[in-house]
Every structure is written in structure tokens, then in C-alpha cells.
Write a new protein. Structure first.
Length: 250
């Protein structure tokens, strides 16, 4: 006699065109069963036991459920995530995108989340984001970041409110003008400043000036302006402040 429990891993009927969303608790998510999914696999993806999933969906027949059926996804009782933070995946999320957002590699995410399948993350899935650990190559830094496509050092200066000199000091030997996606940078504490440099050419900031407008008038990039003023934070460019500029005609 065939063991009916074997049918827990098989969808027996085609998708229902009239799936009805159940009345789920306010703190619960929902999941529409797709062809090929099993209750065991769905429970595992949301860090639940099969028993917890079935208890949250008493109207679901575990031996005859359908693709298209809608499940309530309760909050997991506990998740073993000893050294990081929890994150609830959204419908548009990808493993690569989540990794870039939190500055961790896809390999580290996969290692911390053994329930991840080949299909990637599922909306509503709870992920453990591993804690970032500073390497010994970051003396004086308080954080490390993994650069995403198109990120320049000025983006980092504004995001962390630090000066060019401070960023350069914790990344010795790194060409901050030629950063690439996937590169790891050390980041100093918010508000960190580098040492000022002497300069022969200066400009006194006037009302209405911004770092961007000053750079444009000088024919240089805003990044170059920050390099010439390594002790300045992005918000320091205010009226009355004297800044260094490149020699005229260069």
C-alpha cells in the first residue's frame, strides 16, 4: 500500500485559477504555491518546520494541495543567526542585490543561509545577514564595504560624511580614483577628517556656491576638489570658507 505521506513532496493537481487568499494574522506573510514546490521545501525556505507551516494553514490538505493555493507564513519561532542581522526578502530581491546592499559576498550569504535553494531567495523569506568583520588590513577603520557598480570615492565621502584624507588614510596604497565593483574598502568613523595640505591657490566660498558648482567653474571634478582639500567633509563647503584650488590654467 502506498504511503500517503510520500505525497507531501508532490503537487498532485494543476494550478487553480481561482486561488483564494486566506485570512492570515497581521504579522504573517503569504506565499502562493508554485508548480513543483513542496510544503517541506516552502517551510524550509521560511525557516519553519513543516508542523509550524501546517498549523498556520489548517485548511490545507497536506496530501492534496494545489499549485496556486495561498499559504499563511507565520513568523518563525526562532532563527539561529548568532552573529548577524535578520532580513525579510522582498519580491524584487536577488542574492546579488542583497549582498551588495549589506556589503557581504553571495558566498557568505549562502553559508549563513543553508536553506537557500538553487532558485534563489523567495519573497518573505527570512535571511541571516552575516556580520562584517574588519580585516587586519584596516587599521583605524570602523567598517568595511564592498563596492557596487558605478560607486566612486565621492559617493563614499557623502554617504559616511568623511573627508578624502580620512578615507585615504585607512586605505593605504589604494587608488581611490580607480575603484571597481566588488572591491573592498575600509571606512573610518563618521566625521573623520584627514590632515590639511598647504596650497598656493585658494578660493573663498560665496553665497550660493556648492562643491559641485565650484568644481564646474574650475573645470575639475568634485572628487578632485575633495582631494585638494583632504580635511574637508562634503558639507564643509559653506560661505566664507577658504578652500584650496588647482593652479590657474591647469
Amino acid at each position: 500500500m502506498t504511503d500517503l505521506r510520500s505525497y507531501l513532496d508532490v503537487l498532485k493537481t494543476p494550478a487553480s485559477p481561482e486561488a483564494v487568499e486566506p485570512e492570515c494574522p497581521a504579522d504573517a506573510g503569504i506565499h502562493t504555491i508554485k508548480r513543483g514546490e513542496t510544503l517541506k521545501g516552502i517551510a524550509r525556505a521560511y525557516a519553519l518546520t513543516l508542523k509550524e507551516l501546517l498549523e498556520a494553514n489548517p485548511t490545507i490538505d497536506p496530501y492534496a494541495y494545489r499549485a496556486g493555493s495561498v499559504l499563511c507564513i507565520p513568523q518563525p519561532a526562532s532563527i539561529e543567526c548568532c552573529d548577524g542581522r535578520l532580513y525579510c526578502a522582498r519580491a524584487s530581491d536577488t542574492l546579488q542585490g542583497i549582498g551588495e546592499s549589506f556589503g557581504v559576498t553571495q558566498e557568505a550569504l549562502a553559508k549563513n543561509n543553508p536553506s537557500l535553494g538553487k532558485g534563489g531567495v523567495v519573497a518573505g523569506q527570512i535571511l541571516c545577514i552575516p556580520a562584517k568583520r574588519l580585516s587586519q588590513t584596516c587599521p583605524g577603520a570602523v567598517d568595511q564595504i564592498v563596492l557596487t557598480q558605478g560607486t566612486g570615492f565621492y559617493d563614499i565621502l557623502t554617504a559616511y560624511n568623511i573627508s578624502y584624507g580620512a578615507l585615504a588614510a585607512v586605505n593605504p596604497g589604494v587608488d581611490l580614483g580607480s575603484l571597481t565593483a566588488g572591491q573592498v574598502l575600509c571606512v573610518p568613523a563618521t566625521g573623520a577628517r584627514g590632515e590639511p595640505l598647504p596650497c598656493d591657490w585658494v578660493y573663498v566660498i560665496r553665497q550660493g556656491d556648492t562643491a559641485q558648482s565650484i568644481s564646474k567653474s574650475l573645470g575639475i571634478t568634485v572628487g578632485r576638489l575633495m582631494m585638494l582639500n583632504p580635511a574637508f567633509l562634503p558639507g564643509d563647503f559653506t560661505p566664507g570658507i577658504t578652500i584650496c584650488t588647482p593652479p590657474r590654467g591647469t
